[in-house]
Ligand binder design. Structure first.
Ligand code: FAD
Ligand code: NAI
Length: 472
């Protein structure tokens, strides 16, 4: 016999589990189906983000940053250390504990909100009168609405499958059992820089091969240049404009043949290779054909601005649809869809979605870059403030980078805020709030910021738009 639900959510990552909780809060009878298995075969909701993405990568970034501080910066504080070592197994076990706490937290939230959780692959069976039949294992569920949130998978180089031993996706990159002597990374995007940083800090010699001639093309050029300088100084070798050729994996490592930016053939021999060249939407096992759910040529589910698919009552959110592949974007879409199902006016402002790269220095931004403003012929004013001139940054011993404001030349409305430097991930929140409220740079410049704090650099950058910084 089928079980009846108002809303069935397929996928329990940040898009799906948040949609399920919000729908339950709104009074619906909700099921959430998620297939992720922990190493004992049990449920591990939270998707890519919790299991092999945001959370474990940040756990390892934290551990490796502690190590780097101990190895290179404690001495500046007069702290002496003998026999510094890293126990990689323990570091990985800590990361696994952090992941498990998050998995368990989501299961608890499902219980608290009375969301029925089903562990397994959810697949469309057929459209029925007033809804859809979805199967999980040998159970049949009937839902008036279905929200698909099946996420994404790592993209492999053509003909070079991940073996997760030598050739690593984000999954394998989080599980390397010992610090490799040499590590290659293909793609200097977000994963390449974050995971490259983890293993470099722990002592690996890291070489990043990037296909594009520019470094972090989506980032404001001035900020990307500053970040490139900092990463290079740290010892990350970044080759831009390369064309990757044959990749050969053997017992003792991997060789990558490539042509460098000058057209010269080169070969990189490394112990391990991370391939981080983007992600592809995932609809595996969904049986989309059974109901005629429309996919585009990339395999993404086609949706309108409100996450409606081509089928009435079927919605899709997160990495499996267009837009940035970010956990908080998936969550916002999940909430908005649940509210739309309830007849409310769910809304996602795509212009104020923040981006963060959790390297050191961190890179964070919201809104338009200077090159985008130039390209659309916008009249704008820019203001920057370096962390070098910020008292808290000096006290922290972390003065790399700057805050940059871009504001409309006529109205002073903030059009973009770009940060490279310490705690950029936290500082960007103020800029997001400001832009959501259509603030001007003067609004930020007039707000009292605590002293000494990194946030004073934000205020000073806003003052710089009007050429009146006080501390620089
Ligand atoms: P997912 O998190 O991929 O979840 C989809 C879930 O659906 C999975 O559990 C999957 O098993 C399940 N599923 C798939 N098909 C079915 C089916 N048929 N039936 C049942 N279940 C199914 N984003 C950030 O914002 N900040 C970060 O710091 C960040 N770091 C990242 C680091 C790495 C290494 C990676 C790889 C990604 C990172 N991301 C980060 C991106 C973020 O993880 C994704 O944008 C986010 O997880 C997308 O959420 P989602 O719910 O759409 O999909
Ligand atoms: P990415 O899109 O960030 O970067 C991929 C890079 O690989 C690009 O610079 C691209 O030019 C390059 N590339 C593509 N094909 C190539 C080839 N054949 N040879 C050499 N270079 C090539 O993708 P990435 O790093 O895999 O991450 C996927 C997504 O996951 C991100 O876009 C982001 O949405 C999400 N993510 C978010 C994080 C965060 O918010 N902090 C952290 C990690 C991932």
């Amino acid at each position: 016999m089928s079980k009846n639900f108002d809303v069935i959510v397929i996928g329990g990552g940040p898009g799906g589990y948040i949609a399920a909780i919000r729908a339950a809060q709104l009074g619906f009878n909700v099921a959430c189906i998620d297939a992720w298995k922990n190493d004992k075969g049990g449920p591990a909701p939270g998707g890519t983000c919790t299991n092999v993405g945001c959370i474990p990568s940040k756990a390892l970034l934290q551990s490796s940053e502690h190590y780097e501080h101990a190895a290179h910066h404690f001495a500046d504080h007069g702290i002496g250390l003998k026999d510094l070592s890293i126990d990689v197994k323990k570091m990985l076990a800590r990361k696994d504990t952090v992941v498990k706490q998050n998995n368990d937290g989501i299961l608890y939230l499902f219980k608290k909100n009375k969301v029925s959780f089903f562990h397994g692959l959810g697949r469309f069976v057929r459209a029925v009168d007033g809804g859809y039949e979805v199967a999980v294992g040998d159970e049949s569920l009937l839902g008036k609405h279905v929200i698909v949130a099946t996420g994404s998978n790592a993209r492999a180089l053509p003909g070079v499958p991940f073996d997760e031993d030598n050739i690593l996706s984000n999954d394998g990159a989080l599980k390397v059992g010992a610090v490799p002597k040499t590590l290659g990374v293909i793609g200097s995007g977000v994963i390449g820089l974050e995971m490259g940083s983890v293993w470099r800090r722990l002592g690996a010699e890291v070489t990043v091969l990037e296909g594009l001639p520019t470094f972090l093309g989506a980032v404001d050029e001035q900020i990307a240049k500053e970040a490139h300088k900092a990463f290079t100084k740290q010892g990350l070798k970044i080759a831009l404009g390369v064309k990757v050729g044959e990749v050969k994996s053997a017992k003792n490592g991997v060789t990558v043949a490539y042509v460098d930016a000058k057209g010269q053939p080169q070969e990189l021999a490394v112990d391990k290779l991370i391939v981080s060249i983007g992600r592809v939407p995932n609809t595996t096992g969904l049986n989309a054909e059974a109901v005629g759910l429309q996919l585009d040529e990339r395999g993404a589910i086609v949706v309108d601005a409100d996450c409606r698919t081509n089928l009435p009552g079927v919605w899709a959110v997160g990495d499996v649809v267009r837009g940035p592949m970010l956990a908080h974007k998936a969550e916002e879409e999940g909430v908005a869809v649940a509210e739309r199902i309830a007849g409310q006016h769910g809304h996602v402002n795509f212009n104020t979605i923040p981006w963060v790269i959790y390297t050191s220095p961190e890179i964070a931004w919201v809104g338009e870059t200077e090159q985008q403003l130039k390209a659309r012929g916008a009249a704008y004013k820019a203001g920057t403030f370096p962390f070098m001139a910020n008292g808290r940054a000096r006290a922290l011993g972390d003065t790399t980078g700057m805050v940059k404001f871009l504001a409309d030349a006529a109205t002073d409305e903030i059009l973009g805020v770009h940060i490279v430097g310490p705690m950029a991930s936290e500082l960007i929140a103020e800029a997001v709030v400001a832009m959501e409220f259509k603030a001007s740079s003067e609004d930020i410049a007039r707000i009292c910021h605590a002293h000494p704090s990194l946030s004073e650099a934000t205020k000073e950058a806003a003052l710089a738009v009007d050429k009146r910084t006080l501390n620089f």
